[in-house]
Design a binder for this molecule. Structure first.
Ligand code: SF4
Length: 291
């Protein structure tokens, strides 16, 4: 796809996102001591169009790891490919519903015919999980962008009706980098503008019994304490770390940070704040310490 918000595109990203060779991937897996109890996540770009992805899934799986893909999932519209991936040992996918309908999804991804494939792919993956009992962790994500912001509650309703029980339904604040930075005026929105719709969406998801979590839109932006427990600090999501400025400076790859005023907040040290690239564009004025 050719998404208008892709963080893997743009000049700065091009070098960082160059494809690794199979040998380089295996070297990294070896260096990371991949074994039973670890999780390997293949990302991209788009990992399913990497020629040797099935081999790499099998390689990590045979080491005993859980193997997950961050993917647009379009290739899983082909049932045989989806079956091949779970047979090789894929145990999870995370995919994104970038729009609330065909028009918006295909406009934002700049790819005709992909909405139907996404729905078909989800049908295939849920079939493999629910009917054929493959141990597949399915995470559905919604990226908050300006064109879909007010439609997110409708999208949560749609997902809840069509795909009742993903393991996780996540709403993510967008990071302002790559193509999204180039298309900022059209695509980007402030998290405080999106917050009312995110809260409505939490209510809808809760009524459907969904396991919903919000990322990169912290407690202070959600404002009402009844929504606090739905904010997932990246602290919990990725690692057990402390999100202090010192921690952030040592762990730049996690791309999140707190503002200076966060030191006053009761959640300081437990809250991952906002994306660094978001803060670079919009600053920290939306963050109001909770005393
Ligand atoms: S630590 Fe900062 S970002 Fe997190 S809730 Fe408190 S003020 Fe908001």
């Amino acid at each position: 796809m050719n998404c208008l918000f892709c963080i893997s595109r743009g000049e700065k990203q091009a070098e960082r996102m160059k494809d690794l060779t199979v040998a380089e991937v295996i070297k990294r897996l070896e260096e990371a001591n991949v074994e039973k109890g670890t999780t390997v996540v293949y990302s991209g770009g788009e990992p399913t169009i990497y020629e040797d992805i099935i081999y790499l899934i099998r390689y990590a799986s045979e080491k005993g790891a859980d193997v997950r893909l961050l993917s647009n999932c379009i290739k899983f519209a082909d049932f045989n490919f989806a079956l091949e991936a779970v047979e090789a040992g894929m145990t999870g996918v995370a995919t994104n519903f970038y729009g609330q309908n065909k028009e918006t999804y295909e406009y934002l991804t700049q790819s005709k015919g992909t909405w139907g494939k996404l729905i078909k792919a989800m049908d295939n993956l849920f079939l493999l999980k629910n009917k054929y009992d493959y141990p597949l962790y399915i995470e559905l994500k919604i990226l908050v962008t300006k064109p879909i912001m007010i439609h997110i509650p409708k999208l949560v309703e749609f997902i809840s009706d069509r795909f009742p029980k993903p393991d996780l339904l996540g709403i993510f604040g967008a990071s302002v980098q790559g193509s999204l930075r180039d298309n900022k005026e059209e695509i980007s929105c402030r998290i405080s503008e999106a917050a009312p719709y995110v809260k409505q969406s939490i209510e809808i998801a809760r009524n459907h019994g969904q396991n919903i979590r919000v990322f990169d839109i912290p407690h202070c932006v959600l404002e009402d304490p009844k929504y606090f427990r739905y904010f997932n600090s990246l602290h919990n999501y990725y690692i057990n770390g402390q999100f202090t400025p010192e921690w952030n400076s040592k762990n730049k790859k996690f791309d999140v940070m707190n503002g200076p005023q966060c030191e006053q907040c009761r959640f300081y040290g437990r809250c991952s704040g906002v994306r660094k690239e978001y803060a670079r564009e919009y600053g920290f004025d939306e963050l109001k310490p909770i005393i």
